[in-house]
Design a protein around this ligand. Structure first.
Ligand code: SF4
Length: 254
């Protein structure tokens, strides 16, 4: 029996690989769905790091077009005919990035490769048994070993293989995902200004709002307001701390 691992480079799928290596479970093939320009550029670097540690080549599967190309394709049929496809909508239908740049290329690759005789590993942690049960040939060492998402993160940290993007985001996905949380948008604005500018550029060609509540300008206004309140509160706190210390004679007067 051969073993194939689906790896997204998130903490759970990487922990599945680390565990397999530790438990001497064969790692015959690893596949990664490359979302190209919809992925954070840092993903590639992490892919090579994981590959070096595991010692098995990671096969990269990708769509024959980029996000940018598909974004600017006209939509000529259906209820929403428009000059450019634009961002995936947040309601009403499935995400075209996921469907066309991930699921379809993986299905095509699966058909082109004879995978009979392979066990397929998915990085599902304890609590995700139902998701795994929907995949007839799927297994998960994390579930078999009762490993939670937090423990999966620790496994990656211990091996030095926690994706560095977790420094900025709780969950990993496309940098432009319209479904991400406000916290995640804030982090993108604050830490990835080049991608934020790209987002603003794309927004000009999309007929609907990026998120149900905000445009990028509206988010920026909100983030700036929040930063000002935070700075003011911090300054007041520091002034208060200093005054308290000074009154009680724990420091010299300036
Ligand atoms: S992260 Fe968001 S944009 Fe990317 S594939 Fe998933 S749902 Fe679509």
């Amino acid at each position: 029996m051969k073993h194939l691992y689906n790896c997204s480079l998130g903490k759970d799928s990487v922990a599945e690989l680390i565990l397999a290596k530790k438990q001497n479970v064969p790692i015959d093939r690893i596949v990664f769905a490359d979302l190209q320009d919809a992925d954070f550029p840092q993903m590639k670097e992490h892919l090579f790091k994981v590959q070096d540690y595991i010692g098995t080549e990671i096969e990269v599967i990708k769509a024959p077009f980029t996000f940018n190309e598909k974004f600017f394709q006209p939509v000529t049929k259906g209820n929403y005919v428009r000059p450019y496809r634009g961002f995936p909508p947040t309601v009403g239908c499935s995400c075209w990035v996921k469907r066309d740049m991930k699921i379809t290329p993986i299905e095509r690759w699966t058909k082109q490769n004879d995978l009979s005789g392979y066990v397929r590993h998915f990085g599902f942690a304890k609590g995700e048994e139902e998701r795994l049960a929907r995949l007839p040939d799927g297994v998960s060492l994390l579930i078999e070993n009762g490993i939670t998402e937090n423990q999966a993160r620790e496994i990656c940290e211990d091996a030095g293989l926690l994706n560095p993007l977790y420094r900025y985001f709780d969950r990993l996905g496309c940098w432009l995902c319209p479904k991400q949380s406000l916290k995640s948008w804030r982090s993108l604005w604050l830490n990835f200004s080049d991608l934020w500018q790209k987002l603003k550029y794309y927004e000009r060609f999309c007929i609907w709002k990026l998120t149900p509540r905000y445009t990028t300008n509206e988010m920026e206004e909100r983030f700036i307001r929040e930063a000002e309140v935070w700075q003011k509160t911090e300054k007041e706190k520091q002034d208060k701390d200093f005054a308290t210390t000074y009154v009680y004679g724990k420091t010299d007067a300036p």
